[in-house]
Design a protein around this ligand. Structure first.
Ligand code: 5CA
Ligand code: ZN
Length: 412
């Protein structure tokens, strides 16, 4: 199956250009301005499609959508790549537990995800690649690592030797105890007998009876988790691309191990010039996650008739670096805001919207400060609704500003 991306929303160009984006970089722990070339290259970790997209996923993809929009507004072309973990243990476990075919389960949830992303007006990636369709390039990448001498086998499975990765740990900056804990929690196998080091991780899993497997030069089997993202990103974007990201649950082990793989396979570094991670969205004091089951799904809200633009606005009210909890009040506030913005956009004469455009641009360029951007639009809307202003072009510019930069369409 070849993955199609989802339909792109229209992005109307604004007058002039916005400035460069500065964000909090995970590796340095500090604010840095990203300086892409004419084409900005971004990789974001995609879903494991055993369940529909929840609001935590939506928050992560919205964050990178803002990056995409800010870069385009600054005059860059954006080359965006996203994977889909369409074969992995959690998918097989869910399929087995619910008596479904794993491929049908994945195909169905990927389709729901596409529809959710399109409804939220998230700009689609140029390449939206599943692991299954990328099997050859992933196997080839593992073979490159093997040729570098950084792998070894345990009962036919291929492992990466952490000790052979120069600078391992520099991305997450964690000590060994913390690494081992997270590795065990997030899909790793520190206790497997026969490994040289507990932190060594699986690159290739030889076929097991009853499990799907693919014929490759490595033998029949399937890839471990991290290598899908390093292989796909190297193949599609090369090394030293501008931004690699996902939720902050991926800093370790996923992005640390993926970066080690990419650097060892290519003999070059860095994998990415910047790493950006989004704080977790929770519900009832716990990270919203498929395994915990405390989820609010985008598709559920849509089915219940919630305006996707209100969902988008509810997410935009939060900053990507601060963990937060979803409540129904978030949605009610967003619905009211949306109504107010729509009413304000429909007045005939309003205050000049050029200062509003400048404020939204500078707020977003400043570490994606969405709260400040929303407050600027609120202020303009209050003024417009109070009857001040005599600029007949202002409502249209306000609508384009909100649409192009924040992704919120105000037409009904
Ligand atoms: N397929 C892997 C990445 S290769 C994966 O982590 N899939 S996922 O479906 O679990 O998550 C998809 C994306 O949403 C990842 O970037 C993940 O970091 C992010 N994410 C997961 N849960 C949350 C949450 N509660 N809040 C914010 N982002 C989240
Ligand atoms: Zn990934």
């Amino acid at each position: 199956m070849v993955m199609r991306s989802w339909p792109a929303p229209t992005v109307v160009a604004l007058p002039d250009h916005g400035g460069p984006l500065s964000v909090h970089d995970t590796v340095t722990g500090s604010r840095r301005t990203i300086t892409p070339g004419a084409t900005a290259r971004m990789y974001v970790c995609g879903i494991t499609p055993y369940d529909a997209a929840h609001l935590g996923h939506a928050f992560t993809y919205l964050t990178f959508d803002l990056v995409n929009r800010v870069w385009r507004d600054a005059g860059h072309t954006v080359d965006y790549v996203q994977n889909i973990t369409d074969i992995d243990d959690p998918l097989l476990e869910r399929a087995a537990a619910t008596g479904q075919d794993w491929q049908e389960l994945a195909a169905r949830e990927i389709q729901v995800f596409r529809e959710d992303m399109a409804a939220l007006r998230i700009l689609p990636p140029r390449a939206f690649l599943g692991v299954v369709e990328s099997m050859d390039l992933i196997a080839d990448f593992v073979a490159r690592l093997r040729a570098q001498g950084v792998t070894y086998e345990v009962d036919g499975d291929i492992y990466f030797s952490a000790a052979d990765a120069p600078g391992f740990g520099s991305l997450s900056q964690l000590d060994r105890t913390a690494m081992l804990e997270l590795f065990a929690e997030r899909g790793g196998d520190p206790g497997r007998a026969g490994k040289k080091d507990q932190l060594d991780w699986l690159l290739w899993r030889a076929e097991r009876p009853g499990e799907p497997a693919w014929d490759t030069p490595l033998g029949r089997g399937r890839p471990g988790w991290h290598v899908e993202c390093s292989a796909i990103s190297v193949h599609e974007l090369g090394m030293g691309f501008d931004l690699n990201g996902g939720g902050d649950d991926l800093i370790f082990p996923h992005h640390e191990m993926g970066a080690a793989e990419a650097c060892c396979a290519t003999g070059s570094r860095p994998q990415a010039r910047h790493y950006l991670h989004v704080a977790m969205v929770g519900l009832d004091g716990e990270k919203m996650s498929k395994s915990r089951g405390n989820l609010v799904f985008v598709s559920q809200l849509r089915k219940a008739g919630t305006d996707p633009m209100a969902i988008r606005l509810a997410l935009l009210a939060h900053h990507y670096r601060t963990a937060w909890e979803w409540t129904d009040a978030d949605l009610r506030t967003a619905e009211q805001r949306l109504e107010r913005w729509r009413a304000a956009a429909a007045v005939e004469n309003a205050p000049d919207a050029r200062p509003l455009l400048a404020r939204v641009r500078s707020a977003l360029a400043d570490d994606l400060d969405t709260a400040t951007a929303l407050a600027a639009v609120d202020e303009w809307a209050d003024a417009a609704l109070s009857g001040s202003g005599d600029d007949p072009d202002a409502p249209a510019l306000m609508r384009t500003t909100v649409d192009t930069l924040l992704g919120v369409a105000l037409d009904r």
